[in-house]
Design a protein around this ligand. Structure first.
Ligand code: TXA
Ligand code: MG
Length: 359
């Protein structure tokens, strides 16, 4: 299949391009498009066949449910039932935006879209291009991240092309995304509501609006043996090809430890990548050093995370060592993705520097 790629200007959205995407979606085809979080792979959410195509293109297990994207609040009432009272408050504050909420599904939503579940995940994205495409496509667009299953999520149209060229009908290129990590997922079918995936909308932000919110323990604790409640969170996704290890601890100590391991691995002939920040990048003398953003503003780190992981793939590094980041604000979403990419391989900086002394 030939994939049509169209650039779109945010300041002057080309209605013809949007119309074309809408026709493809209504006919059951696949269109990748930008959202404020990551690029999504859109399909008609109320058509079983379209969901099947989505799973095939991504190489994604079909028990992993899709998020239905809407552009108007009343669309929610068509696809969800028993919508709790707090929903309207949350929607008022955070929709359109990077919040996905889970409800009991209505009969309109096929099990193909929900991975066989009786619940449906719903999000109203803020991105203007995304909203135009959803409306043109009929109002209900399922959209997982537009990457091959197992690869880092795409934050540019080029990333989508790398993974899905020839496998989908169309890619809408709207430039780089704003946030860079996927939406917060909040399960509204339990009381109090529970966060299944951290994102730009934090626990504190949600609690300010509706009071108590809990977090799925499987995503909070590194030691939890329980499977995460969002089926997709159990897969080792966002994974780069190289072995990634997070070095925890005070930044100065972490830099020292990473310098040591990089030196040793290079001496053994391995290609080493280092994930550094504005504050530390020039302290590394070896390895391929990538500056992921500034510790002063963790949003910059979220924006660059997946791009940096993809770049290391292209450069065929064997090992990647990353500094750890603060867990507040969007930092908890960043660390959640980084830990998953690392398959939870983490070491404390002092353990490395201490070992070194006894050589
Ligand atoms: O920011 C985002 O949410 C992006 C953009 C494109 O909107 N989409 C996204 O979709 O991240 P995806 O498919 O890559 O991740 C969806 C996650 C998966 O972990 C899936 O298991 C979970 O949402 N999910 C979907 N429906 C669910 C449900 N009914 N119950 C529990 N988890 C659900
Ligand atoms: Mg994904």
């Amino acid at each position: 299949m030939e994939t049509i790629i169209k650039e779109i200007q945010r300041t002057n959205i080309d209605e013809d391009v949007i119309g074309m995407a809408g026709v493809i979606l209504k006919e059951g085809g696949l269109v990748a498009f930008p959202t404020e979080t990551v690029y999504g792979l859109g399909a008609h959410a109320l058509k079983e066949e379209a969901a099947k195509k989505t799973y095939a293109a991504k190489g994604r297990p079909s028990d992993n449910p899709l998020i239905v994207h809407i552009a108007e609040y009343r669309a929610l009432e068509e696809i969800a039932v028993n919508i709790p009272d707090k929903t309207a408050l949350l929607a008022n504050h955070f929709w359109p935006g990077p919040l996905t909420m889970i409800f009991e599904k209505s009969a309109l939503v096929p099990y193909g879209t929900t991975g066989g579940l009786d619940t449906v995940a719903v999000r109203m994205p803020a991105d203007e291009v995304a909203r135009a495409i959803i409306l043109a496509g009929g109002g209900y667009v399922s959209a997982p991240s537009a990457n091959t299953s197992g690869r880092p999520s795409p934050t540019t149209a080029m990333h989508v092309k790398e993974d899905l060229d020839g496998k989908i009908d169309m890619i809408i290129d709207g430039g780089s995304v704003e946030i860079g990590v996927e939406s917060t997922i909040l399960d509204m079918t339990v009381t109090p509501p529970m966060i299944l995936r951290p994102g730009a909308i934090t626990k504190e932000m949600l609690e300010e609006v509706i009071g108590e919110v809990t977090e799925d323990q499987a995503i909070v604790s590194d030691k939890s043996k329980e499977a995460p409640k969002a089926p997709g969170m159990k897969y080792r996704h966002y994974a780069p090809k190289a072995k990634l290890m997070i070095i925890e601890g005070d930044t100065k100590e972490a830099v020292k430890a990473i310098r040591q391991v990089a030196f040793e691995q290079e001496r053994l002939g391995y290609k080493v990548g280092i994930i550094a920040t504005d504050e530390t990048a020039e302290k590394y003398k070896r390895g391929i050093v990538k500056n992921i953003g500034t510790r002063e503003n963790e949003y910059t780190i979220a924006q660059n995370l997946y791009r940096v992981l993809r770049e290391f793939d292209e450069e065929d590094v064997d090992y990647i060592y990353s500094e750890a980041f603060a867990m507040d604000g969007i930092g908890s979403a960043v660390m959640n993705r980084l830990k998953k990419a690392a398959g939870h391989h983490m070491l404390r900086a002092e353990e490395i520097t201490r070992l070194q002394k006894y050589r």
